[in-house]
Design a protein. Structure first.
Length: 232
């Protein structure tokens, strides 16, 4: 399964969710934010090289601590040379080899993230409780619908108070997908800055239970998607 983690607005925690989901799902994390990547750097070929034809997808996948990662380059020239139309094929090849792929998507809508969503089997929307982020999440939900990619879960990230949980309930009703609240915790931010998932950096953190719940929901959706595909 290819899972696109997106949300529209920058700064909501898509990369943090992507890194932790890849760890929990035993998936390859793909940093598909060509201009402003946030996942750990690699040591060899990267997604810029893959999308410009300089490397095969499997050449660019490497192990970084506990994560299988297809990193993205940091140069503007590399981003300009990358051909986004090659992304679906690259992700499909990684998926066939590893079985699960988590794609960290860029901020923005339409072309900014359209190829990533179109390439995926399912979408996880990430938002914070503020109005601007929620509005962008709804817009991304609409884009996913236009591309026939189901939204299987919503993450309300950086929750700080009971009213944020109330918002999560309303978001679940509006978007029609299970919603998981990830509380704002310094441990989560610290682990991401170190380039490590929470399970490896601070496994006793209470925030880890949110990712365990999210993983269970995604795995259930994965089973349903597989069953529907087999039935068809």
């Amino acid at each position: 399964m290819i899972l696109a983690v997106c949300g529209g607005k920058g700064g909501v925690g898509k990369s943090t969710v992507s890194l932790n989901l890849a760890r929990e799902l035993d998936a390859v994390a793909v940093d598909a934010d060509l201009a402003t990547p946030d996942l750990p750097r690699g040591r060899g070929p990267d997604l810029h090289d893959v999308l410009s034809g300089r490397a095969a997808p499997m050449e660019a996948v490497e192990t970084v601590d506990s994560i299988e990662l297809l990193p993205c380059g940091r140069s503007l020239a590399g981003a300009r040379a990358a051909d986004l139309t090659e992304l679906p094929n690259a992700l499909s090849m990684v998926d066939r080899q590893f079985g699960r792929v988590v794609v960290d998507c860029p901020a923005g809508l339409a072309r900014d993230v359209g190829y990533q969503i179109h390439s995926a089997d399912a979408v996880v929307l990430v938002t914070t409780p503020d109005r601007a982020a929620l509005l962008n999440a709804f817009r991304t939900r609409h884009l996913a619908g236009e591309l026939d990619t189901p939204v299987v879960s919503v993450v309300v990230n950086k929750a700080t108070a009971s009213e944020d949980r109330d918002i999560a309930t309303r978001v679940e009703d509006e978007l029609g997908a299970p919603t998981t609240v990830v509380p704002q915790r310094s441990a989560l931010a610290d682990s991401f800055r170190s380039g490590k998932p929470l399970r490896d950096a601070q496994p006793e953190s209470p925030a880890l239970s949110a990712f365990e719940t999210l993983t269970e929901r995604i795995e259930e959706s994965e089973r349903q998607i597989t069953e529907n595909a087999e039935a068809a």
